[in-house]
Ligand binder design. Sequence first.
Ligand code: ZN
Length: 361
Amino acid sequence: MNSNQGCVSKRKKRGMESGVLTKGEEEEKIEKQKKKKMKCDLVSYMELPDYMKDNEYILNYYRVNWPLKEAFFSVFRWHNETLNIWTHLIGFFVFLGLTIANLENVPKVSDLISNFTRSLPISARANTSENNNSFFWDSSTLTDLEKTTAEISTVAQQASRWPFFVFLGGSMFCLLSSSLCHLLGCRSHRFNLLLLRIDYAGIAIMIVASFFPPIYYIFQCDPHWQFIYLALITTMGILTVLTLLSPTHSTGAFRAFRACLFLAMGFSGIIPALHAVSVNWSEPRCAITLAYELAMALSYVTGTLFYVSRIPEKWKPGMFDLAGHSHQIFHVFVILGALAHYGAALIFIEWRDHVGCDKLV
Ligand SMILES: [Zn+2]
């Protein structure tokens, strides 16, 4: 089958062949055929146009030049991209759920006001006690005062949440753009290139966004370092996206090059991480966040190794076409890495909610 025939309508010729149809009947039949749903077939690697020849170890079940509608609904069909789509689509919904859950926990202005007004009568009562009965304070008054102070200080010290949501937003963008790229990349060469660029930009955005919670909260009391590290990683992200805008860099031949660029971005985090550890070595949460971040790094590196090596399909071409090939494994490790980083971000926030700048070194 020609590569441009990946998706064709099933036009039966029996009427034409018999030659007994009148012109009107023939037109009616053609009209019915137009209305008839297009049936798209899956093709083999050998039948692919060059722009889709990415992995020679996946032999079958390709979609080529499918109309947008059919490509979109192929999310519910079995082909060699089905699990690539779903792994990151499920990841997207997981992060969407986490974002919604965390948005509900963000203190609203009304909560801050009610906290403040609730504390006023107690403060007033305490002040009255101080003025009139200072020698007769009982323990309940003291407890009230302590509670009031704790409430006010908790609200006052609550760390800003926006860096956390930058990370969640970046992760969701990456996972969704990846899913769409795998779902609709079979539309055409031009569409494929566009989606690949969005996909690569999504990875770079996710890496940059991942830097925001740790850098922001760790260096909250040292804004110079906070700015330097965030500016550096953002610049690296922009340069990476600009480099990958070149169509040549989107091809299979540059798979390792792309992986190296993303790994370089990720591993540039070692410098601020060493800086942070040296400054906060005595902080008990340091070891826990380090464990989470090491789990994240391990997940990303393992996933990237699968992505570059194309194991296991390389060992048994054709066997993992539908399930179990390297790209699906890579996707799963990306989600595991992002979840580990999410765990670390929660600890950074909890730490900053309780430890203000005055208590640091
Ligand atoms: Zn992918």
